[in-house]
Design a protein around this ligand. Sequence first.
Ligand SMILES: [Zn+2]
Length: 192
Amino acid sequence: MRCNKCDYDNKAEAVYCKNCGTKLIYNESFVEKINGHINLVAVFLGSIISILILFIGAILFSGVITSGSTIVSLYVGLVVLAMAFFGSIVTGILGCKNINEGYINGSFLGLIIIVITGFALGVVLFVFIGIFASILNSLSSFASTASTTSSSGSIFSWINLVEAIFLVIFTIISGAMGGAFGVFIKYGLKQI
Ligand SMILES: [Zn+2]
């Protein structure tokens, strides 16, 4: 890294400048600062709890699926929030030294859950659209009936998009709260 005073290019791990002896100031970026507080093992262990909750949610899902689409999307949202919250509690207990690390690691786990959920949803939609397209294709001789069925099954709407954005925000908040709560369980009020 370069010296702030004389611009001499020192080794990356140097503490003092080899040329002029000035203490080298390492300017950490925001991402590097956050990264220094992330405990990957604890986040990984927390994500195991999240996946367990996902399985429980999936088992209970059959009871909800007949109750209509609004209930289903609400249910999926609640499961994702529960995954972030309870997973982050474990992360907070196992790998966070203070409340800030609880927030950071918890929201990090929330972010991972969003990425995983988004990926799973993307795959499901991709398969669904593929099947739907092939059905439409095979029904192309009945073009008039096919066009009426396609309009009723629209998944993408503005309401869904708004719901998705809220879910992303709440999942990160839920993760942060869970992480902080995990630290609270471990150390009690003195760390808060
Ligand atoms: Zn220097």
